[in-house]
Ligand binder design. Sequence first.
Ligand SMILES: [Zn+2]
Length: 127
Amino acid sequence: MRHRRAPILKKIASCHCGAVQIAVSDYPSEVTDCNCSLCHKSGVLWSYYSADAILSLPEPNLTDTYAWNGHHVDFHRCRTCGCVTHWIPRDLTRERRGINARLFPPSALAAARIRHRDGANTGKYLD
Ligand SMILES: [Zn+2]
């Protein structure tokens, strides 16, 4: 009998109402608390993923978007419950995308290191 390959266990980021679900291959080991005006007011913690590490994204009709400060990325939020869910660069050749790590289970977030980024001023990490 042939061995079956173990199924890939997806890790899911889900908004409060569950309409927006984002699947990734692994929970983040590190998340970013950015102090720029938008992140500060949204209260998000960002986990960064390359495009190929994101296994699925919500259908476009499930989110509204917001862009500011040069409009390089679209910040998505659930159209139903309002949770900020992720951002995607408008230039899709840019590899990095952000997922709100607060949408992962609390236990996954508790295991991650929180880094503080001075997005409001220098753009550098403070730790
Ligand atoms: Zn929702």
